[in-house]
Design a protein around this ligand. Structure first.
Ligand SMILES: Cc1cc2nc3c(=O)[nH]c(=O)nc-3n(C[C@H](O)[C@H](O)[C@H](O)COP(=O)(O)OP(=O)(O)OC[C@H]3O[C@@H](n4cnc5c(N)ncnc54)[C@H](O)[C@@H]3O)c2cc1C
Length: 381
């Protein structure tokens, strides 16, 4: 991977921000089961972190994807997975389609303030009855004059209790499932939008996750992103960015898992020596590091390919799959070396273990990644 002084300067800025403005507060946010997204995003926006690869015309830095990859990797240093996940939703999950296909008017109204951190975005794709099978969503947006009338609901919406705007996937016609969907910008304060509940989760506590209801929500048709009927395609493109992002942010947290386990096992004694002085422990940690380094190399290969404008569907899918596998293997294996302490809420490793479990489920489960790969290999039946 070829990184410049500019990449390293960005990395230093992100690290300083995390150290001063984020990590000192994450325990409080985990306890509260929500973090103050507006406050955190505003500071991140002031530093330019929410629009690294977004067009300069709308306040972004207009840099190539490798700079965004530095952000995703560094965010793994935040000591609670919920915060990087919500930032990823803002930059790489809910806004790429708007940035690429939205009208200038829509981008000025919604992308520009997302980049400055003045508004918080959520992504409304998954529903109670459809997660893996995105094509089967039921939410509708029916034309009525110059408006759409939206009915239905969304499930698992990250930042859903505090977001200002939702990038919503809805059915806009009765055409076949891959041609009847559209992405629509839906302000969350529109009458008819309600938060049905905030979902209690096993991990990612600092991120608020909501179930949303829509009852005759009226949104202007100019809030459509790109062309009507192209929403499924746009969302699949948006998923590629999301999957590479997910893999990158896993790198940072798993590096923390290995590093903090080395520190702990070096200090902790059993049978007259450090736990780390057992060759079994050393070999396991070396193997985890090797696996992580291979994933890191694949992620950076993907980042450079995106920067060159190449299609990275296969690599992003592979990285996401491998990141999910390693998030389970490395975090669980490291936790084992902490003994009873690893099973408490008092140490870093247990949070990495439970937060990382989502990587194999969110943004497409491991099995969905495998299904995509079988199609690319020509063996899908
Ligand atoms: C904390 C959290 C945050 C999230 N944030 C968002 C968000 O902001 N916006 C959003 O739209 N969504 C969000 N999601 C939803 C997430 O993307 C879905 O949970 C995920 O896509 C899986 O869908 P599902 O939960 O409905 O599982 P299901 O579709 O019910 O699948 C259940 C399981 O079935 C298996 N499976 C599925 N398909 C296949 C197959 N073809 N072959 C073999 N096995 C299969 C897999 O093991 C899968 O885990 C979030 C989820 C969580 C938990």
């Amino acid at each position: 991977m070829h990184l410049t002084e500019d990449h390293e300067a960005l990395r230093a800025t992100i690290r300083k921000w995390i150290e001063n403005d984020v990590n000192p507060y994450v325990d409080e946010w985990e306890e509260a089961q929500i973090f103050p997204a507006h406050k955190v995003f505003k500071r991140a926006g002031d530093l330019g972190l929410l629009g690294i690869d977004k067009p300069e015309q709308f306040g972004g830095m207009g840099l190539d994807y490798t700079f965004n990859a530095v952000l995703a990797e560094e965010l793994g240093l935040i000591k609670a997975g919920g915060v990087p996940m919500a930032i990823g939703v803002q930059t790489d999950m809910a806004t790429p389609a708007l940035a690429r296909h939205g009208s200038d008017e829509l981008r000025a109204e919604y992308l520009a303030p997302a980049i400055t951190g003045d508004i918080v975005f959520c992504l409304g794709v998954s529903e109670v009855g459809s997660g893996s099978d995105v094509a089967s969503i039921r939410t509708t947006a029916i034309r009525d004059g110059d408006d759409y009338i939206i009915n239905g609901g969304k499930m698992w919406t990250t930042s859903g209790t505090q977001a200002d705007v939702c990038c919503l996937l809805a059915n806009t016609s009765d055409d076949p499932a891959h041609k009847n969907k559209s992405l629509i910008i839906m302000p969350m304060d529109t009458p008819g939008v309600s938060v049905a509940r905030k979902i209690r989760k096993v991990g990612m506590h600092s991120s608020d996750t909501a179930q949303l209801y829509f009852d005759n929500v009226r949104v202007p048709r100019r809030n459509l992103i790109g062309q009507e009927g192209m929403g499924f395609i746009y969302q699949m493109q948006q998923f590629q960015a999301e999957r590479l992002w997910g893999a990158f942010s896993t790198l940072g947290s798993l590096q923390r898992a290995i590093d903090c386990t080395i520190d702990y096992t070096r200090e902790r004694k059993a049978f007259g020596k450090s736990i780390l002085d057992n060759q079994w422990v050393q070999f396991k940690l070396a193997e985890y590091q090797a696996e992580l380094d291979v994933l890191r190399a694949a992620c950076w290969q993907g980042a450079h390919a995106v920067a060159r404008g190449e299609d990275v569907s296969r690599l992003a899918t592979t990285c996401k799959l491998k990141a999910g596998r390693l998030a389970r293997e490395i975090a669980d294996g490291c936790l084992q070396f902490w003994g009873g302490m690893g099973f408490t809420e008092e140490v870093e490793i247990s949070r990495i273990w439970r937060d990382g479990r989502l990587t194999s489920i969110g943004a497409g489960a491991d099995e969905v990644m495998l299904q995509i790969l079988t199609k690319m290999m020509g063996i899908y039946r």
